[in-house]
Design a protein around this ligand. Structure first.
Ligand SMILES: *Cc1c(COP(=O)(O)O)cnc(C)c1O
Length: 357
């Protein structure tokens, strides 16, 4: 542990390790700068970030929420935690982006209270026109960027198109607090509502670019979704120099590509949209020619000691999870993509020694 990290941890422990620790405010500032959002609120997990964001944009029991079919069950479970129902949106063929047609069908069957794109493994491939249409129709967009904390878009940043960006700071994600998450938004009104959900329904006041709790607990609906200050302090130390973090992930991506190539099986990388100037940072997804090739590639990588998610968890569309399968959803493009995909966390590829992180 370096001196800086130790100092952050000491401060957080001295403050009782609660979510009111100074480290949390500092972490919110750094995450805001990293993602490019005016307001950042740290919470206790990526899941509570989604719950807080969805509640803040108006999702209530009985509502329908469009969710990327390629997201993990955690995304859908955040919707069901609010008593709302996930409606699975199919992807564009061969892409992690939402298909306009599937979204059109979902809105045709009834109003959507929000739509949740998920840049899985860090791949952002949303059609700007689809996002513009949602905006025009007043449908809030909550991006589950749990796997894309390093994503950078130009000329329009993600915070310019999303109502809320949700991060996970889980220990297996690129930026780690152990357990933790964050909501980022450019909307003062949404930041205010997210703070209330996080802080037992407290009223908030704006100081500069920050929302600060002011009134008594229970002024509005809320719970305790605060981050542990000790985890926040550790996480803060990882963001001392975001350049180092970004460079490390670029090296990991190179190492991962090489490992995929050495299997000798033909593959191409999942696409991302032209406005992506930096990948989200979580994983590498190889799309093979046939499901048999994908299975062979996964076996080779596993034999080489690489943790491959297709084998460990069988990456599959969300509606195949037992808790959602009763819906009878059909997402043929998502089924086809996952059948050809070999997906792996970048951190499964060890870097040559002496590379910190
Ligand atoms: C990890 C993850 C979550 C859940 O985050 P937690 O911090 O574990 O609650 C949600 N969505 C996606 C896409 C994730 O990868």
């Amino acid at each position: 542990m370096d001196g800086m990290t130790a100092a952050y941890l000491d401060d957080a422990i001295a403050a009782g390790g609660t979510g009111n620790a100074e480290a949390v405010r500092a972490l919110e500032e750094r995450l805001g700068a990293l993602v490019g959002a005016a307001y950042t609120l740290c919470v206790s997990s990526g899941t509570t970030a989604l719950i807080s964001a969805l509640y803040a944009v108006g999702v209530r029991p009985g509502a329908r929420v469009g969710v990327s079919a390629l997201g993990p069950s955690m995304t859908g479970l955040a919707v069901t935690a609010l008593g709302a129902r996930p409606v699975f949106i199919d992807c564009s063929p061969g892409s992690f982006g939402l298909a306009a047609q599937s979204l059109g069908e979902a809105t045709g069957e009834g109003p959507l209270a929000a739509v949740v794109p998920v840049p899985m493994w860090g791949y952002w491939d949303e059609d700007p026109q689809v996002l513009a249409d949602l905006r025009q129709r007043g449908i809030p967009v909550v991006v589950d960027a749990a796997q894309a904390p390093l994503l950078r878009l130009e000329p329009q940043g993600l915070a310019d198109t999303a109502d809320v960006i949700c991060l996970s700071l889980h220990g297996r994600k690129p930026v780690k607090a152990g357990e933790g998450g964050a909501c980022l938004t450019r909307s003062e009104a949404l930041a205010d509502r997210i703070l209330a959900v996080r802080n037992f329904g407290q009223l908030a006041a704006f100081h500069g670019t920050r929302v600060e709790p002011t009134g008594p607990f229970g002024s509005r609906f809320g719970s305790n979704f605060k981050i542990n200050g000790v985890g926040a302090a550790w996480c803060l130390s990882q963001l001392d120099d975001p350049g180092i973090l970004r460079a490390r992930h670029a090296r990991l991506r190179t190492a991962a590509r090489r490992a995929f190539d050495t299997t000798g099986i033909t593959w191409h990388e999942a696409p991302h949209s032209p406005d992506v100037v930096e990948h989200g940072g979580y994983g590498l997804v190889a799309l093979c020619g046939t499901p048999e090739d994908a299975a062979r590639m996964a076996h080779r990588l596993t034999a080489d000691g690489v943790e491959v998610d297709t084998l460990r968890y069988t990456y599959a569309p969300m509606h195949t999870s037992a808790c959602f399968s009763a819906d009878g959803a059909r997402t043929p493009a998502a089924d086809a993509l996952t059948a050809l995909a070999v997906a792996c966390r970048l951190e499964a590829f060890p870097l040559p020694s002496a590379v910190g992180g």
